[in-house]
Design a binder for this molecule. Structure first.
Ligand SMILES: C[S@@+](CC[C@H](N)C(=O)[O-])C[C@H]1O[C@@H](n2cnc3c(N)ncnc32)[C@H](O)[C@@H]1O
Length: 286
C-alpha cells in the first residue's frame, strides 16, 4: 500500500512539474515572443532545472514570475535554452568532404549563396569563409549567418575568441584539409585572438528564428548543424521544409553529426551525398 502511495506522489509531482514548465514556456512566448514550446521536452526541462539550481528559486512557478518581471533573468534563461557550444571546423571531416566533393561542383556556378542557420558565435561561419577563400570562391559567394539569439550574434560579428581554444581550432583546421598556417587568419592579443578582417567580407549576420521566420531564397548550401537536435519531430519537420523551400534544385543541406533526415517528412525529397557527414542534396524533381 505505502509504496503505491509513494509511486502516485512521484507521478503527481512529475505531472505538476511538467504543467509548470508548459505554463512557463507559454509565458516566455507571450511576453518575449520566443517560442520554445516545440523544443524537445527533455532538453528544455534539463536546461530550466539547471537555471533553477543556480538561482534561489523554489520551483518553476516562482521561476515564471521572475522571468516575467526581470528581463535580465530572462536573458540568462534564453542563453540556457539556446546552447551556444560551437567550434571552428567542428567535425573536420565535414569540411574536408565539402572541400573535396561539393566545391568542385559549386565552382562551376558563377555565384553561390550559403546559409548558416543557428550560427551561434560565428565559428562555423568563419570556417566556411576560410574554406571559400582558400578555394578562390570567396569573391563570388555570399554567406548568410543567422541565429535567434541577438547576444550571441554580437559575438559572432566581432570574431574575437579566447586564445585558449586556438589549439583545438588549429588541429580541426589541419584535419579539415586547411591549406595554410591557421595562425595566418588571426592576430593574438593577450588572452584572445582577433580574426582577420577579410574573413568578414561577404558575410551577412542577421537575426532569424527558425520557429517563426520565413525562407531565405535560392541557397546553394545550407548548414544547420547541432540545432535540430533540440527540436521535437514536429518542429524538425517544419524547419526542414523551410530549408527545402530555401534551397535551389540540387542545393546541399548539411546537418549535425547526431541529426539526420531519416524518418522526417523530407526524407524522400533529398538524396544522401555523404551519410557520415550528414550531407544531403535536394532532388531536382519533387
Ligand atoms: C549548439 S549551437 C550550434 C552552432 C553551430 N551550428 C555548430 O554546429 O557548431 C545551436 C545554435 O542554434 C541556435 N538556435 C536555437 N534555436 C534556434 C531558433 N529557433 N532559431 C535560430 N537559431 C536557433 C542557438 O542560439 C545556438 O546558437
Amino acid at each position: 500500500m505505502i509504496p503505491d502511495l509513494k509511486k502516485n506522489d512521484v507521478k503527481n509531482n512529475l505531472q505538476n512539474e511538467s504543467l509548470e514548465i508548459q505554463m512557463l514556456l507559454e509565458a516566455i512566448h507571450q511576453k518575449y515572443g520566443y517560442n520554445f514550446k516545440d523544443y524537445a521536452n527533455a532538453h528544455t526541462k534539463r536546461r530550466l532545472k539547471h537555471r533553477l539550481n543556480l538561482s534561489n528559486l523554489k520551483n518553476f512557478a516562482e521561476m515564471m514570475h521572475r522571468i516575467i518581471y526581470d528581463e535580465d533573468f530572462f536573458n540568462s534563461v534564453l542563453l540556457d535554452l539556446s546552447i551556444n557550444i560551437t567550434e571552428m571546423f567542428r567535425d573536420p571531416g565535414v569540411y574536408k568532404k565539402i572541400r573535396q566533393d561539393l566545391i568542385p561542383l559549386l565552382k562551376t556556378y558563377s555565384f553561390i549563396k550559403v546559409w548558416h542557420a543557428g550560427c551561434s558565435a560565428g565559428q562555423e561561419v568563419y570556417s566556411m569563409s576560410i574554406l571559400l577563400e582558400e578555394e578562390d570562391m570567396k569573391h563570388r559567394s555570399q554567406i548568410y549567418a543567422t541565429d535567434f539569439n541577438e547576444l550571441i550574434l554580437e559575438t559572432a560579428k566581432n570574431g574575437i575568441y579566447p586564445l585558449g581554444v586556438m589549439k583545438t581550432y588549429t588541429s580541426n583546421y589541419q584535419l579539415a584539409g586547411g591549406k595554410n598556417n591557421f595562425s595566418d587568419y588571426y592576430t593574438a592579443d593577450y588572452d584572445h585572438v582577433i580574426l582577420r578582417q577579410s574573413l568578414k567580407e561577404r558575410v551577412l549576420f542577421s537575426s532569424h528564428n527558425l520557429v517563426t521566420d520565413g525562407v531565405f531564397g535560392e541557397m546553394n548550401l545550407i548548414l544547420c548543424r547541432n540545432v535540430l537536435i533540440y527540436f521535437n519531430r514536429q518542429l524538425q519537420n517544419r524547419v526542414l521544409k523551410l530549408f527545402y523551400d530555401s534551397l535551389c534544385p540540387g542545393g546541399y543541406l548539411c546537418l549535425g553529426s547526431k541529426e539526420s533526415l531519416r524518418f522526417t517528412d523530407m526524407e524522400n525529397k533529398f538524396e544522401p551525398v555523404a551519410l557520415r557527414e550528414k550531407i544531403y542534396r535536394k532532388k531536382r524533381l519533387p
